[in-house]
Design a protein around this ligand. Structure first.
Ligand SMILES: Cc1cc2nc3c(=O)[nH]c(=O)nc-3n(C[C@H](O)[C@H](O)[C@H](O)COP(=O)(O)OP(=O)(O)OC[C@H]3O[C@@H](n4cnc5c(N)ncnc54)[C@H](O)[C@@H]3O)c2cc1C
Length: 395
């Protein structure tokens, strides 16, 4: 039996980052990834804020493909508002390389990385956990970290709560596009992406290559594939997509609605496994890494103290909730309102946001990672937006 201080299930960016942080302190760490290759298959649009790189020791230039200064938001009837344009608000990353760099860093710091080696079962025995893997290894660890994505087996195995919602995502890598590389194009409306939105993001500085995609709610009239096919052919995307070629399809799940409990004795769940994802954008890399830092520091403290009880590990829940719990909670409140809007209402509000004074407020205060920061300045400028805002924020 192989023995580790910490076993991490899932070699995505969140598991990889935690492995780095814990191995840095010279504890024995292993990462188990069921896929053959880290970072593959890709199921992400690859848009992150620059602050993501503050967490990581990886060469930024090798993974950043493009810089984004603003967004054009398209209403269901084809009206467009432009926000930002003033500075770099987001970066487009090569997600496969990003995951690989994070894992390489963990390996450099001393973590053992096992690929093509899924965790099949986990059992708590006295004060440790025993795992069985698909390569027939028996593993014993003091702490088990589930960073195994939206449908986390570790979350289920230890009877932790489920996310509230699972969005279905689909997209593609495209060449021969005709885009302004500085702006992402966002499309809302029930016929385009019911329950969420569609996007086009230039992945190079010429606007000739892109990632396009959409997410939709769990229950919709058509399949994700059908919505995506309609989106590519839509009259609103025609000018960007006239002669495109699709080089690769992507698909994935976005879990929303954080868990009330993300720990148990000897066990922590993190990242998509804990639905630490922004409900307004579906972005999980920033929120996941923020929570990964808390997961790492509490794990290190537990190892130093030899205390793996749920009484001690609940500190992780407290810390990540203080960092981003309120933002994610408010995000779900907004999501409820967003889902209830008809296309007519989308048109009406987007028309309101076309007012240069309002779009200037969005440009100044908008923050993809902390969208709730926008509410107070927006309400000050346009009090009639009050009916769109959940009560909690104005308290
Ligand atoms: C269509 C789409 C677009 C997105 N776009 C963005 C974006 O632009 N920006 C952003 O910030 N976020 C985006 N996200 C979300 C982002 O991809 C996730 O939040 C992020 O990948 C979470 O990282 P993670 O490490 O928690 O999980 P994952 O990246 O899902 O990694 C989990 C890993 O665990 C492995 N695994 C699962 N079960 C086992 C097992 N039993 N044994 C071993 N290994 C296992 C999986 O193979 C996987 O490699 C998008 C998601 C989708 C679906």
């Amino acid at each position: 039996m192989l023995e580790y201080d910490v076993a991490i299930v899932g070699g995505g960016p969140i598991g990889g980052h935690i492995a780095s942080e814990i191995a840095r302190k010279k504890f024995k760490v292993a990462v188990f990834e069921k896929n053959k290759e880290i970072g593959m298959p890709v199921n992400c649009a690859g848009l992150v804020t620059p602050r993501v790189f503050d967490f990581l020791d990886i060469p930024k230039d090798s993974v950043v493909q493009n810089e984004i200064k603003g967004a054009n938001i398209h209403s269901p009837s084809g009206n467009v508002i432009t926000i930002g344009g003033d500075k770099v608000h987001a970066l487009v990353i090569n997600r496969s390389k990003f995951d690989k760099e994070i894992i390489n860093e963990a390996e450099k710091k001393g973590a053992d990385i096992f690929v093509n080696n899924g965790v099949l079962s986990a059992q708590r025995i006295e004060n440790h956990v025993e795992l069985k893997t698909s390569q027939k290894q028996d593993i014993k660890c003091k702490l088990l970290i589930g960073s195994d994505g939206p449908y986390s087996k570790i979350r289920d195995r230890f009877a932790l709560p489920e996310p509230k919602e699972f969005l279905r995502g689909i997209g593609a890598e495209i060449t021969n596009t005709n885009l302004d590389p500085n702006f992402v194009e966002i499309f809302v409306g029930k016929n385009i992406a019911p329950g969420f939105f569609a996007w086009i993001i230039s992945t190079n500085k010429k606007g000739t290559e892109a990632r396009a995609g959409l997410c939709i709610s769990q229950k919709t009239i058509h399949s994700p594939k059908q919505y995506f096919s309609n989106f590519l052919k839509s009259k609103y995307t025609h000018s960007f997509f006239e002669k495109i070629e699709i080089t690769k399809y992507i698909a994935g799940i976005v879990p929303l609605g954080v868990l009330k409990k993300t720990f148990d004795s000897n066990v922590l769940v993190v990242g998509d496994a804990a639905a630490q994802v922004k409900p307004t954008s579906g972005g999980g890399i920033y929120a996941g890494l923020l929570c990964a830092n808390r997961c790492s520091s509490v794990s290190i403290e537990a190892l130093q103290k030899g205390d793996y009880t749920s009484g001690f590990l609940k500190k992780y829940q407290k810390l990540w909730s203080e960092d981003i719990g309120r933002e994610l909670y408010l995000g779900m409140k907004f999501r409820k309102i967003y889902k209830s809007l008809s296309d007519k209402q989308f048109d009406k509000y987007i028309e309101k946001f076309r007012n240069p004074k309002i779009s200037a407020v969005i440009t100044k205060h908008g923050d993809i990672d902390y969208p709730s920061k926008l509410i107070k300045p927006l309400l000050k400028k346009s009090p009639s937006l009050l009916r769109l805002v959940p009560g909690a924020i104005i308290e």
